[in-house]
Design a protein. Structure first.
Length: 196
């Protein structure tokens, strides 16, 4: 009798485990299929942010939730702008960080600390969680919202000033659109060094 209960209990755990694994695979597959559609992903996230803003504006509440969401998004944005390998910490024999000076030295492209997809995913997930929080009155803590706005603007300015100084000091630009195109000789289709 005890063995039968143990076997049925293990079977139930196995079924739940398999169902959870299958759901996580479907979820990951959906995320993977959305990866190439950057503009559409961000457009959807902006729509959710607008819905959240409209809800906050019309209900006149949940300012703490909005403030926490803004701070979290600022934190994500700074990680998005920061290189994965910080040049301020890249020291060789106490000389300091150096750029390549010869053609045979390694070129390191800009790699973000927080990749674009993870940035989008975190912003979307946190906005949806904040939107759900606005449906519960326990998160509607009364505060004087102009002070929160002033704190956020001050924090944003200080943080971005520090980040821009870091970008200028170590000469990196976190936004690139395509490979650089150099002006040079046009291709005439002639083979160089061919007899005339």
């Amino acid at each position: 009798m005890m063995e039968e209960d143990l076997i049925s209990s293990n079977n139930r755990k196995g079924v739940i485990s398999q169902a959870w694994t299958r759901l996580s695979q479907i979820y990951q597959g959906t995320l993977d299929s959305w990866t190439p559609y950057t503009k559409w992903r961000w457009l959807g996230t902006i729509v959710v942010l607008i819905v959240f803003g409209i809800r906050i504006f019309t209900k006149q509440g949940w300012y703490i939730v909005t403030y926490a969401l803004g701070i979290y998004h600022l934190n994500l944005f700074i990680a998005f702008l920061t290189p994965k390998i910080d040049p301020a910490m890249d020291f060789d024999d106490d000389v300091g960080p150096e750029l390549p000076t010869r053609a045979n030295e390694e070129f390191r492209p800009f790699i973000r600390r927080l990749p674009e997809f993870k940035f989008w995913y975190s912003v979307s997930k946190s906005t949806l969680i904040a939107l759900v929080c606005t449906f519960f009155e326990c998160f509607n803590i009364p505060v004087f919202w102009p002070i929160l706005v002033m704190y956020f603007i001050t924090l944003f300015c200080i943080t971005m000033k520090r980040q821009i100084k870091h970008m200028i000091k170590y000469r990196y630009i976190p936004f690139t659109h395509s490979k650089p195109k150099y002006q040079g000789h046009e291709d005439t289709g002639k083979v160089v060094g061919a007899p005339k």
